[in-house]
Design a protein around this ligand. Structure first.
Ligand SMILES: *Cc1c(COP(=O)(O)O)cnc(C)c1O
Length: 381
């Protein structure tokens, strides 16, 4: 398997050099737009590219209001703040995610509760969520609470793993039934659709990331997607220090955040958006090639869930067992082809090891068998 895979990947990328997991691709107006901000001196918190980037994301995703932020974690933090998550509350999420999901709610003074993922989406499992709530939650006029501790369950935050959409209709229905706010961690899923609706736009809030390894990058950056116009306007106000507009007065009507994306980064984002459709087409083609390679092996390529269109941000394969996974990781990395196991599960990190949880059997099994494969757009490096 390993030698054949290394040869296959080298053929895909036409390279005998180091092959990274995900490199950005700057093939359009990136240099021109970034230079424009430098020449104009508007590199920081004022400039036309921030608004332009927000409009482009609104047009592309169909969200009501997009608010650019300094990174994806800041977008998640803003979403939780906007959702009214308070210190002592809990937020239900999945154990298989990047740590930013949990860090954002930790810094709200909230605690994560972990519920298992589905095999077919690698994201939060509606059946597991429903079962957890039936067993461990109660609902009254005020809201939804954990029976054991009395803590308020405020929100459910699924993450669209590697760009594969979670089962959003089912999750939304459960959230409505239990009076919970759905916040989508869509950091990895720009260009992914659930039943023709863009991920991050179905819950009340969604968060995108434009970190260097994501499908498009602004160096560092993120975007808060708001389903409500009022929420969007307040989020914009809050993330830009809550300053009331005035020609010279500095008056701030509530404690705000300085989460605004600099114009310099937004310029890069505007240029990257011009290539997004191209990246998506290239990544889909790459995914199909991997899928064909793994067909008829006992390694299972992670394909998009039914009725969904994934962006195939990071391709992944499920190995038969831990031993074959380790062998694959060793031989590919030894051959200068980067592959990676999935993140350490959140309930196994020191900060979250005491978190309340349902059965996490599927996440625990898959975490031992998943491997991410090089997924850059072929000409990226
Ligand atoms: C990348 C990512 C984020 C946000 O990361 P930033 O580096 O803060 O932009 C959040 N959640 C997930 C799942 C991610 O992959």
């Amino acid at each position: 398997m390993s030698t054949a895979l290394v040869n296959f990947i080298r053929e895909l990328y036409q390279s005998n050099e180091f092959i990274p997991l995900h490199a950005p691709s700057f093939r359009g107006n990136e240099l021109q737009y970034v230079s424009e901000t430098i020449k104009s001196t508007f590199v920081s918190s004022v400039g036309k590219f921030v608004d332009e980037f927000e409009r482009k994301i609104e047009d592309f995703t169909g969200t009501v209001k997009a608010v650019a932020t300094v990174n994806g974690t800041a977008a998640l933090h803003s979403a939780l703040y906007m959702a009214g998550v308070h210190a002592g509350d809990v937020v239900i999420t999945q154990p298989l995610t990047f740590v930013a999901t949990c860090n954002a709610l930790y810094h709200m003074g909230a605690e994560p509760v972990f519920v298992d993922i589905s095999t077919n989406t690698l994201s939060l499992c509606p059946a597991a969520l429903s079962q957890f709530l039936q067993q461990q939650a109660r609902i009254d006029d005020q809201g939804c609470y954990l029976k054991s501790s009395g803590q308020r369950i405020r929100a459910v935050m699924p993450m669209h793993t590697f760009g594969h959409p979670a089962a959003l209709d089912e999750l939304m229905q459960i959230c409505q039934q239990w009076q919970l706010i759905l916040i989508e961690d869509a950091a990895e899923s720009l260009g992914s659709y659930y039943k023709n609706r863009h991920t991050g736009t179905i819950g009340q809030f969604g968060a995108l990331s434009f970190n260097g390894n994501k499908i498009i990058t602004t160096g560092g950056g993120g975007m808060l997607l708001c389903a409500g116009l009022k929420d969007g306007e307040r989020a914009k106000h809050l993330t830009t220090t809550a300053k009331v507009p005035h020609r010279w007065e500095f008056y701030h009507d509530e404690p705000g955040f300085n989460y605004r994306l600099p114009n310099l980064n937004a310029a890069l984002g505007c240029a990257q958006m011009e290539s997004l459709s191209y990246f998506l087409a290239q990544k889909r083609q790459l995914a199909r090639q991997y899928q064909a390679f793994f067909a008829d092996t006992d390694y299972q390529f992670v394909d998009e869930p039914a009725q969904c269109q994934a962006n195939f941000w990071l391709n992944a394969v499920i190995c038969p067992d831990l031993r074959s996974r380790d062998k694959l990781l060793h031989s590919t990395n030894d051959a200068n082809v980067m592959t990676r196991p999935v993140w350490q599960l959140m309930h196994q990190l020191p900060a979250f090891k005491h978190a309340i949880r349902g059965s996490l059997a599927i996440a625990e099994d898959l975490a031992q068998r998943l491997v991410n494969l090089p997924s850059s757009v072929p000409e990226a490096f």
